[in-house]
Design a protein around this ligand. Structure first.
Ligand code: NAG
Ligand code: NAG
Ligand code: NAG
Ligand code: NAG
Ligand code: NAG
Ligand code: NAG
Ligand code: NAG
Ligand code: NAG
Length: 900
């Protein structure tokens, strides 16, 4: 099991300096370390959950910067008219409708601040009529109290309370006193940077979130360009002082004496990026925007620089580490979350969508794993102890709101112009600057689905992407309602029945192969590379059921030795699906010496491999794709044009990979990968990224024999985006990925692994764009007039669960859950048949039975079970999940299974 899902405990590298830095902070109990809890499996942050996050934020915020960040989070999340990021931002001083609506919550924060304000900040500062020049709050930091300045300015602008005084000081006086304190009193370093600390000049990256946005907001309200310029200048000076030239990331604390933290602290970088973007947003809204074009360009570049550098260093699940370049530090949810907010803001400001993929990944991970059911952000750095993970983080609570606010605005942004902006370009950048863009449906998803066949999506053709996969965040596609129709999971009885259903016809090769695969996934996961318990070599006996499948195959095998398929078949690919069963038989302690029709298991497996890779099966000369069909082998001129078929990816490469593992031949792992690559190259539609079913380049040749007769109707090109074909392809590639991962060659093939992960997700992401309201996909995925196919949907759901169980991404679990419960509720009849499945022999009509569909049900359930097993079980789990927590192992299917 891949327990690194659970971010483990923590290194104390910076604790010494952190301790000293927090000695001034009031004595909050400093928790030792914690493992973030996975209490909930929500993959999106629901409104309900966000309310809890907000309530917790309310309870936790105590310090000046916490209250200031809280105020900012509220403005961005709930009162956008007062947030410069928002389209509806307006000037509360000049717009009476705004001055009348300054929110009470913000006024309350300002009031608390003024109540806590020292009454005589500086006795000698008589210039302000007795209020003095001084900080809003008494604080070791000269910067943190400024974070509350915007709330005070808004109270000042309020029609309701603007004229009030608190402790004999007006809001405007307090704000001006704070401003002058910053500009005139606070120590500066040699370059002119205003210190973060009141007693000496010291630079902290935190400053950039606390002070420049206040200066800018002040400048905006007063139409004072000097202040906007000063906000910019301070950002610039801080960057010069803090930036590490090699990584471009910012150090946390430099200069001065005492506390020092030269590390590239995640939250510090997030403060800086998010702070500079607030300044930039304010500048854009000001009347000086045009005059300050170069300043705007700088602020954009500087925030982008931080995010780009952080993005290049994410950990496996998309989060950044507490010290971004130090892989021995824990993954910090707080800094990551604020970085995600900033990345979304670059998009909502129309500056770049290149980092949306990065943000989405963090968003999904945080939503899925790091907000517990009480509403706490878990796995966050202790804000008072920079080097350590804490049990809670007040500012982290606010970051969740900031991220969600930015995300929502990002999503809503495309909906602005409903008449023309039916689609929006979401560009998800990858490391190395290779991007891919998905145009995601906006506005009414279903309208688009029904009206637009021309969902044009622009994609970069270069697909050598790695690291971060552009996983659209939940909701990014205006997805269908993912409410589960029921909390049903399939019971053991139903599963057993599904398994035992007999089709009215004999199973074909790929059906038997898929059945073997399902059986392995479901009942004998030790032999499935997708499973956490996979192990090879096998020392004990291989289950009889699997040997029986292998034995039947061998009995049906054409009797030649040498390169040849396991079964005589029009398809070159399908018989390979049985190869894994044969390989397992060759390892069995009881059966390995058996020879069937005088052929050993391993000779049969090797002869299948040689058949595929030895030139007998036609290949495309350019891509090297091995044809799925052998039918025209007497006529090379024809066969070389024969098609790759998406199905083949589920039949051939997983077998090759398994063969490589059993025989310790890494070249077959490479072949398995190469086949996936060339099939994708040929079959992938460059717009939707979904795969066509078959590609035939010279149609006439393929369907006609030498005499020109039509000989094979099924060889007509099926260039539709057939749902089952896509499911085969995604599922097959994920098996290859998992097999490589389980092999000793996983390190050297990490690039291949990255690509496979990406390719699987391309299909899965594409599929989720096109689901019907039931959660199922249509048989021809883009054509909503074709029926909803249960078979393909089921295999897609299996793959979605596997993506989560393999710790690749949890983003598709809600889709899988939707499919699962729809299938469980409506499409398994009393006899255990999967209904509503495509006829596997006709592709385009619904059939009455689907042998492969039966196998998909087991695969889906097995994947679901394995996914659940990677999660901590909790008494708080409810509904769908609690059912699963009670799952007690596979149903009793060990005897009497057909095929034995
Ligand atoms: C922050 O807000 C809380 C809640 O209103 C309040 O109790 C606390 O005194 C405030 N902190 C400061 C430094 O003003
Ligand atoms: C108070 O203000 C005067 C000038 O107005 C200044 O010289 C002095 O340093 C200030 N004291 C503090 C503690 O800020
Ligand atoms: C802008 O603000 C600065 C700092 O408070 C002040 O010195 C200057 O006079 C202001 N300029 C205008 C045009 O109001
Ligand atoms: C972004 O661009 C869209 C479309 O051009 C426009 O409607 C919107 O106002 C822009 N947003 C910002 C923040 O500039
Ligand atoms: C959520 O996390 C907080 C802070 O660590 C903790 O106090 C609370 O008990 C957690 N909630 C649950 C349900 O575990
Ligand atoms: C081989 O595949 C490439 C890429 O899909 C295609 O353009 C070409 O026509 C194929 N060649 C043959 C002979 O089918
Ligand atoms: C996608 O394919 C179409 C036609 O097949 C082609 O015109 C277009 O240039 C391709 N686009 C990309 C980005 O490769
Ligand atoms: C598939 O398995 C069934 C049941 O064991 C068997 O009757 C059939 O011959 C097999 N099909 C092939 C092509 O081997």
């Amino acid at each position: 099991m891949r327990t690194d899902l659970l971010v483990p405990a923590i290194l104390l590298a910076y604790s010494a300096s952190a301790q000293s830095s927090t000695s001034s902070a009031l004595g909050r109990a400093s928790p030792s370390s914690s493992v973030p809890d996975i209490q909930r499996l929500a993959e999106t942050i629901s409104d309900d959950q966000l309310q809890k996050v907000r309530d917790v934020m309310e309870q936790l915020c105590i310090y000046s910067w916490e209250n200031g960040t809280k105020a900012q989070a509220l403005l961005e999340y709930a009162y956008q008219d007062f947030s410069p990021f928002s389209r509806t931002f307006g000037n509360a001083l000049t717009d009476t409708s705004l001055s009348q609506s300054v929110p009470d919550e913000i006024i309350a924060i300002a009031r608390t601040t003024l109540e806590n304000r020292p009454s005589t900040s500086n006795q000698s500062g008589a210039a302000l009529g007795g209020v003095g020049i001084g900080s809003l709050l008494q604080d070791g930091s000269s910067a943190d109290p400024a974070s509350l300045g915007i709330a005070v300015l808004l109270a000042n602008a309020s029609a309701a309370v603007g004229t009030q005084q608190v402790k004999n000081v007006g809001w405007g006086q307090a704000a001006e006193s704070e401003l002058r304190y910053l500009l005139e009193r606070v120590p500066r370093n040699a370059e002119g940077a205003i210190s973060h600390r009141s007693e000496q000049a010291q630079l902290w990256s935190d400053f950039v979130y606390m002070v420049p946005p206040y200066l800018a907001y002040y400048g905006y309200l007063q139409s004072n360009q000097t202040l906007l310029q000063e906000a910019y200048t301070q950002c610039s000076l801080y960057r010069s002082g803090l930036q590490d030239p090699s990584t471009k990331l910012w150090r946390h604390i430099v200069q001065g004496t005492g506390t020092s933290d030269p590390g590239l602290w995640a939250t510090g970088n997030a403060w800086a990026a998010a702070g500079m973007l607030r300044v930039l947003a304010t500048m854009i809204k000001s009347p000086f925007s045009d005059q300050m074009a170069s300043q705007r360009a700088d602020l954009q570049a500087w925030s982008d620089e931080i995010i780009t550098a952080a993005k290049a260093r994410t950990a496996k699940d998309g989060l950044v580490r507490n010290y971004i370049d130090n892989s021995s530090t824990f993954e910090d949810t707080a800094g990551s979350t604020l970085l995600a907010a900033a990345a979304y803001r670059l998009a909502t400001l129309n500056l770049t969508t290149a980092h949306v993929g990065f943000a989405n990944q963090i968003h999904s991970t945080v939503a899925a794993r790091h907000i517990n059911s009480t509403g706490y952000l878990t796995g966050a750095v202790d804000p008072l102890n920079f080097g350590k993970q804490g049990t809670y983080s007040p500012e982290g609570q606010a970051f969740v709101l900031l991220m969600q606010a930015a995300y929502k605005e990002y999503i809503a942004g495309g909906g602005e112009d409903k008449t023309s902006a039916a689609v929006r370009l979401v560009q998800a950048g990858w490391v190395g600057g290779i991007g891919v863009s998905l145009v995601l449906a906006l506005g009414s998803y279903f309208e688009i689905m029904h009206s637009a066949n021309l969902l044009f999506l622009c994609l970069s053709s270069a697909m050598m992407a790695r690291d971060t996969v552009a996983v659209p965040a939940p909701g990014a596609r205006s997805a269908p309602d993912l409410t589960l129709p029921s909390s049903t999971i399939l019971g053991d009885d139903t599963l057993a029945k599904s398994w035992l259903t007999q089709p009215s016809f004999l199973y074909d090769s790929w059906e038997n192969g898929t059945k073997a695969q399902a059986l392995i996934d479901f009942a004998y996961p030790d032999y499935s590379p997708l499973s956490a318990t996979f192990r090879l070599p096998i020392s004990d006996n291989v289950p009889d059921e699997l040997i029986a499948i292998a034995r039947t195959t061998m009995q049906n095998r054409p009797s030649s030795i040498g390169p040849g398929p396991l079964l005589e078949d029009q398809s070159a690919g399908d018989p390979a699906s049985l190869g894994i069963a044969v390989l397992l038989a060759s390892l069995s302690s009881t059966a390995k010496l058996d020879r069937i029709k005088d052929v050993s298991w391993s000779d049969a497996a090797t002869s299948q491999i040689n058949f595929l890779s030895g030139g007998t099966v036609p290949r495309n000369e350019t891509t090297g794709a091995i044809s799925h069909r052998v039918k025209y082998s007497q006529a090379w001129a024809y066969v070389r044009h024969l098609p790759p078929l998406a199905d083949s990816v589920s039949m051939v490469p997983p077998f090759m990979a398994y063969y490589a593992l059993v025989n310790e031949k890494s070249e077959y792992l490479q072949s398995a990968y190469d086949q996936c690559a060339s099939y994708r190259q040929t079959l992938q539609q460059n717009t939707t990224k979904l795969w066509r079913h078959m590609e035939i380049n010279t149609i006439e040749n393929n369907i006609a024999n030498d005499e020109g007769e039509i000989v094979d109707q099924t060889a007509k090109p099926d260039i539709s985006l057939w749902a089952t074909g896509n499911a085969w392809a995604a599922s097959g590639m994920l098996r290859v990925y998992a097999t490589i991962l389980q092999s000793p060659y996983n390190e050297e093939m990490s690039k291949e692994c990255d690509n496979l992960k990406l390719w699987v997700q391309e299909i899965i992401a594409g599929a989720t764009v096109w689901t019907a309201s039931s959660g199922l996909v249509h048989n021809n995925m883009l054509n909503s007039s074709t029926f909803e196919d249960t078979a393909a949907s089921t295999l897609l759901a299996a793959t979605m669960y596997r993506l989560a169980a393999l710790d690749i991404t949890p983003a598709y679990v809600p889709y899988a859950n939707k499919i699962y419960s729809t299938i469980a509720e409506k499409y398994i009849n009393e006899m255990g048949y999967l209904t509503g499945a495509v006829d596997p022999l006709k592709f385009n009509v619904m059939g009455t039975e689907s042998p492969e569909g039966q196998a998909f049900v087991l695969m889906m359930h097995a994947a679901y079970r394995d996914y659940i097993a990677t999660r901590e079980k909790s008494a708080e789990d409810s509904g769908f999940y609690s059912e699963a927590s009670r799952y007690q192992g596979p149903p009793p299917i060990d005897t009497g299974v057909e095929g034995t």
